[in-house]
Design a binder for this molecule. Sequence first.
Ligand SMILES: [Ca+2]
Length: 378
Amino acid sequence: MKRLLLTMLSVGLVACAQAQSDLPFDAQPVTSFDEPWALAFLPDGRMLVTERKGNLFIVTQEGQKVASVRGLPDVDYGGQGGLGDVVLHPDFEDNGLVYISYAEGGPGGTRGAAVMRGVLDLSGRGASLTDAEVIWRQYPKVVGFGHYGHRMAFDDEGYLYISSGDRQKFTPAQDMQANLGKILRLHDDGSVPEDNPFVDYYDEDPFVDDEGVYPQIWSLGHRNPLGIAFDLDGQLWNIEMGPAGGDELNRVVRGANYGYPIVSNGDHYDGREIPDHDTRPEFSAPAAWWTPVISPGHLMIYGGDLFSDWRGNALVSGLSSQAIIRIALDGTEAREVERYPMGARIRSVVEGPAGALWVLEDEDGASRGRLLKLTPKS
Ligand SMILES: [Ca+2]
């Protein structure tokens, strides 16, 4: 409730400062979805769009849903769970590989995120995911419906990064025997690169064996990292929901520990204090943080020419803040420069062909799950 009140206050202030007519873009509604979550462009200019209940659509830029992709896994829909992210393999045009993330059920009412890849077969009627295989899973599976994280991004060398939330269990973010509350780095088939920072961790800790998930870990101490993206220099950033206050944008460094739940610039929802980052300099502090929160749903870095002033900026999708937040990145520094009120919870913003921005609204209350196309105001 505290978060809600603070957010309503901040939205009100922003809305007063900048009326809709002042937005630097036109927002054209294209179509709408049932609880959409992620969007990725195919080389032919069409889009893949996920819906949380388990649908993956192929959609034209005019908004026509030309196919619902078959061959998807059963997803554990509920709470924050369901079908999540979708990304293409960097060599998609040769291998047709598509990666999806989703929540799956386990024994005893447990759940966890998983990543499946398969070949997108567009040759027949409709579309299907063939030769599908699960290449990664959250470990351990736990009860509860929140903080899956499960965003994905490939770097220029073809390594796959996965953000993994703490599943609202706090301590796993610091537990090297769990891959919760981490960012993982994998080969495209889910295997572990030998140069990952913690592959030899069992030499350092007598209480772990050499069968654990720690070789996957690239960075730790994350809460619910809902966006990961590489900037134009190839540096990885992540955005994550803080607890009551303290949403974070982190410059993600190999082997770094971002301190959650030991430190946070927010505090627990029940009012208990979490020491701020500046009390424990051994943990990496965020490059930018927000109280009142913005409730980030996704992160992208703009690389296009259409919004030419925004090149190299980060764009954060704001859920409770109902805004797109533009952030200037400068080496290790990050600074919010502008906030665009959208009048709906924003789940994802993606750069499309020719530099237009494609926005997925969340579907919750007055937010209607629309797909919008943003172009500079003419
Ligand atoms: Ca704090």
